[in-house]
Design a protein around this ligand. Sequence first.
Ligand code: PXP
Length: 392
Amino acid sequence: MPALLSCEITNPPVCLPLIAQRAEILLRLQDHPESELSILLVDDRHMARLNESYRKKKGATNVLAFAMQEAEEFPVAPVILGDIVISLDTAADEARRDGTTLHRRVTKLLIHGLLHLLGYDHEQSEAAAIVMAEKEEKLFQQLELEERRGKMIHLAVNVDHVATLRQARGIEDPDPVTAAAICELAGAQGIVVHLREDRRHIQDRDVHLLRQTVKTKLNLEMAASPEIIAIALELKPDMITLVPEKRLELTTEGGLNVTGQKKKLAEVVSTMNKAGIPVSLFIDPDSRQIKAAKEIGATFVEIHTGRYCDARTDKDRETEYVLIAAAAEEAFESGLRVNAGHGLNYTNTQRIAALETIEELSIGHAVMARAIMVGLDRAVREMHALILKARG
Ligand code: PXP
């Protein structure tokens, strides 16, 4: 057990297994997966005694680090690194002062102590203090990403084609609003609809009713056009996904050209963010588009899986898969949240769902096509089960 955590406080206000797990992730991130570290959580009285004995200072402090070896150099793994002592009383005061949670504060103190054990020292010089502060921040962000990786995989069902069938007859049935409720009852964690400028399937009435009835998450797919932007701002969906839209296409073809219209898209992202609506950009698995999406402040990207799904040979499919996996990794590492979709069906979805950087799949046509044969409830349940199995 590389990180050994003990706590002297009865009923501590922190989750000890979580702190121990974070310590192990931090050791791994610092290339010390096998090194040993002991962490002790104490109260202010105990901390004051340690502070007096070892540093000749009065009163408690937040964290003390006792290195096993007084290393000038950064210790090479594996090694016994030493002890980190954290005062939960002081950490709690600091958390209140900073408006943060006790877990976040304790984690930051843990990182601070660990960096001391690894040879960083902010007391050496101003430059050393800057290096250590930057390293602390970076490690904290890396930890957050590691904790998010592989955590969840959601199925969001696109109900556009229920509306397509309705519009074919120009009557009221079938209703995408009813379909959305059935999808949610079957386990879908999100509902997606594309309000197209030509209103070929989803209508304004649908999005308004869905806004009132969707219990999970309503993702409005849309073009960055003034009319639809105004509707989105009034509707306030849980998120929007910006897609390119051509009147003659059968379905969305290709991802957004973010690099080519950065200024325009940045304005839309900013307007939506001010209204509290997170924005996803539907993009091809292309590093330039990911960088541009990050630069203009998008919260999510949705990686276009169409070329992978449409590939006719194993070799082409493999090539496209590798592109998607790399793009998802790059986007995730940059801090973007990653969704994927288009063309996913009951045979090609599991490989994509297994990618730990992806948190949501948006699937429409395949689920609706199966629903005609086996019913919507079963079609959604089967797809959901496939995805969860892929993630293990
Ligand atoms: N994601 C986006 C951005 C889309 O435009 C679509 C199609 O509406 C989908 C996902 C779902 O694609 P499919 O219907 O092929 O599952």
